[in-house]
Design a protein around this ligand. Structure first.
Ligand code: 9PG
Length: 499
């Protein structure tokens, strides 16, 4: 049906599936395709990435699109292979175009079904694969519009209240090279530092897919969790419960439990650890039994903070036993995990589809991995590649998600040893994390100089008041932090940044 939205003096002709309903902050539009005619011509467009690592940000309708240009090779971080559109401006779940005087016209999904929002110089449009979710449409000052959208998203999908606190994670120092001795030593060194969580990352398991203690943890995972708890930290553990490497027990013995391709073979749903990997078909009863066992086991060991990684793989296109949309399969699976672990376990999503995870995860990663260097070296031009800059750009473009769950921009560094980031770049990472209000690091205390230890302590102890004053400008305890030039790729070791 044809409809005209009225926002003050602004009239927006629209083609909708049904009559919109006014709310106090905008309009709820019935499920089905949406197309709005806008009068702004070529203008700014906000593109939102599907999962934690997918790029998000502002471009213009006549500018370069934001996204991953070789998506079949980058299944992990693209908006999945089917939806990445190299020449079309579009994003996942929500999109906005810039109007005059800092206003935006925003369309956002209120549910699942692979909702996409795109725009060109005349239109902003939205559609999904299921036509089951309503949309929210609003016009107003940019931060207000996103805040209003976040509020209605939480109303519809839920909002959890647990906070992660200050997290030490093993990834950005030791990577997969962890063992029980090293962990015990690292924990002992951290005694007295005000961390809340000590989280073991990838490397404890024998192989991705088998969630049992690996050979480097001969005393078992319960012993390690116990040591962490004795030192006064909450034990945290990394898992990638949706995926399995070809040599894992489940992939070798029960390929029928994996998501299949059209020929009925297990479907490769990503590439890491020098191998392709598969996804579990979570619509099968036996897979749910497997997940229940895994989560009862790891919480039984004493871990109550879980970083669940590569979760997008539970929501990719492929053949599953039950004929449900892939995002519904995903949401059912994570809801099942939440029921299994209960409300007290903190679930941090990583590589999660952003919108289908709302209300189930306590926190979510909102950008690609940081690294102890500024630019991604091995994936030039891929905004989802590892590196401090890519991580900052995606994260600051997702600050608005703070209102739906905790947002994790990834670890920050204090160390100068084993680090190519200079003091200004390290400070930028710390500021972004302060803005997002999530504190984590992987620096072992023994890698830090005395002054760096003091900086770490201070960072963990002080929580600045955060105010957003513009798209990329903030006030941290009254100090102006302007990330505009950083996001644009202009400022790097600009010493004026820290004054
Ligand atoms: C453990 C790591 C850490 C890290 C996670 C995740 O695009 N990629 O190829 C890609 C590979 C690895 C990756 C993210 C993206 O890292 O984000 O914090 O837990 O797994 O293996």
């Amino acid at each position: 049906m044809l409809h005209t939205f009225t926002f003050g003096d602004l009239l927006i002709p629209a083609n909708l599936a049904g009559e919109p309903t006014a709310t106090s902050t905008g309009f709820v539009v019935p499920a089905g395709p949406v197309a709005l005619l806008h009068p702004f011509g070529d203008t700014g467009f906000y593109r939102h990435g599907w999962n934690s690592w997918s790029p998000s940000g502002w471009t213009t309708t006549d500018g370069e699109t934001i996204g991953i240009k070789n998506s079949p090779d980058r299944l992990l971080t693209a908006d999945d292979a089917v939806n990445e559109t190299p020449h079309l401006h579009s994003g996942s779940g929500v999109g906005a175009i810039a109007g005059p005087d800092g206003t935006v016209l925003l369309i956002g999904t209120l549910g699942l079904g692979n909702p996409r929002v795109g725009a060109d110089r005349n239109t902003i449009w939205a559609r999904s694969e299921t036509d089951e979710a309503e949309w929210f449409v609003t016009f107003g000052p940019e931060q207000q519009a996103f805040a209003d959208y976040a509020a209605i998203l939480s109303e519809r999908l839920g909002r959890r209240s647990q906070r992660a606190g200050r997290v030490w994670s093993s990834w950005y120092s030791y990577y997969e090279g962890i063992d029980e001795e090293l962990v015990a030593r690292t924990v002992a060194d951290l005694t007295g530092y005000p961390f809340d969580v000590f989280q073991l990352d990838d490397g404890w398991e024998p192989i991705v897919g088998d969630w049992t203690a690996g050979p480097d943890f001969p005393s078992g995972m319960q012993a390690t969790a116990g040591r962490i708890a004795e030192a006064g930290f909450r034990p945290g553990l990394w898992l990638a419960p949706m995926i399995a490497l070809p040599d894992s027990t489940i992939a070798r013995e029960r390929p029928d439990l994996l998501v299949q391709d059209d020929a009925g073979r297990p479907l490769a749903t990503g590439y890491n650890w020098n191998s392709h990997y598969y996804s579990l078909d979570t619509t099968q009863r036996e897979v749910q039994d497997h997940l229940r066992e895994v989560f009862e086991r790891v919480t039984g060991w004493g871990f109550s903070y879980l970083k669940l990684d590569f979760m997008y793989a539970g929501a990719v296109t492929g053949r599953r036993h039950q004929d449900v949309h892939r995002e519904t399969a995903y949401r059912d699976a994570i809801s099942f995990i939440r029921e299994t672990v209960g409300d007290d376990v903190y679930l941090l999503g990583c590589g999660v589809p952003m919108i289908p995870s709302i209300g189930v995860f306590d926190g979510a990663r909102v950008g690609p991995d940081v690294g102890p260097f500024w630019d991604n070296a091995e994936r030039v031009g891929d905004p989802s590649g590892v590196g401090a800059w890519n991580s900052i750009v995606d994260s600051v473009n997702r600050v608005w998600l703070k209102d739906v769950y905790e947002v994790d921009p990834d670890a920050v560094y204090f160390r100068s040893a084993r680090n190519l980031l200079d003091p200004v770049e390290r400070r930028m990472l710390q500021d972004v994390a302060a803005i997002l209000e999530f504190k984590s690091t992987s620096d072992p205390v023994v890698w830090l100089h005395e002054s760096e230890r003091a900086e770490l302590r201070q960072y963990l102890t002080e929580t600045p008041m955060v105010e957003q004053t513009g798209r990329f400008t903030f006030r941290l305890d009254g100090r102006e932090v302007d990330l505009t030039a950083v996001v644009a790729g202009e400022a790097r070791s600009d010493t004026s940044y820290i004054g």
